[in-house]
Design a protein around this ligand. Structure first.
Ligand code: ZN
Length: 259
């Protein structure tokens, strides 16, 4: 695809303001296609192929053309977790309407000494991260007492809005499972562009199943955090992105769809 429209935001933390040049290198950038507001409105046409996406990151999350499942990218491979809860290797030609990826490089490693549920994991990270105002890529790997995920079934045109799709979302439970949580913690000000706060996906160690994370309970895990200060957003060139109405903010909808 031709990248014609890009919006680059460089987020400077206090560290970067010491007077010398500390701009992130071109690998330390969160690369995103389309916006969460467009996805909420049913803009599910795939625009960027997995092949293209891999040029911008080896790690991340998203979805697929026609909203055919949850995407998880890890160690350079892109997985499609479909409505049966199973993970499939995504073909390079598969496209995505919405995804965020980066090249993962841990800046901080945390080994919690107690079991954490989803809320406690968020609180633990919120306490340990230096600020809520930059982007973080998060990897939580190891043994979990419990994981609950969901996926979304492939849709047909005319596409329903996302809030309608998730009313019938299949969910999956994994007791005592090894695997990896992949995702991001983003600042409140990305509202409309991506999901503020935590948005995480999960895949089993054998890469056979997973989904969008709904609940978890860690057992023995390592948390890696990649501090990210650059954000590149590419908007679709055509398709339903041009048609949907993103002017109205629907309160609480993102919460129902992504949390
Ligand atoms: Zn998700």
């Amino acid at each position: 695809m031709k990248i014609q429209r890009g919006l680059l935001m460089v987020l400077c933390s206090a560290v970067a303001l010491c007077g010398c040049s500390h701009l992130p290198d071109n690998k330390d950038v969160l690369f995103q296609t389309s916006t969460i507001s467009a996805l909420l409105e049913g803009a599910y046409d795939g625009e960027v192929t997995c092949k293209e996406l891999k040029k911008h990151g080896d790690f991340g999350i998203g979805t697929f053309d026609a909203l055919d499942g949850e995407m998880l990218a890890l160690e350079g491979k892109v997985y499609q977790i479909r409505a049966d809860g199973k993970a499939y290797c995504a073909e390079d030609s598969l496209s995505t309407p919405f995804a965020a990826v980066k090249f993962f490089e841990a800046d901080k490693t945390i080994v919690p000494d107690t079991s954490l549920n989803f809320k406690e994991l968020e609180e633990c990270l919120d306490r340990l991260l230096p600020t809520k105002n930059i982007l973080y890529a998060l990897k939580v790997e190891g043994v979990f007492k419990y994981i609950k995920t969901r996926s979304v079934p492939k849709q047909r045109k005319p596409y329903p809005r996302l809030v309608e799709v998730v009313k019938n979302q299949p969910t999956f439970e994994f007791p005592n499972i090894r695997g990896t949580i992949v995702g991001f913690r983003l600042p409140a000000y990305v509202d409309g562009i991506n999901v503020p706060g935590y948005h995480l996906h999960f895949i089993t160690e054998d890469r056979s199943a997973g989904g969008h994370l709904l609940e978890c309970s860690t057992s023995n895990v390592t948390i890696e955090v990649d501090y990210t200060r650059a954000f590149f957003v590419v908007l679709p060139e055509h398709g339903d992105f041009y048609q949907v109405d993103m002017t109205e903010k629907k309160e609480g909808e993102l919460e129902r769809v992504e949390k």
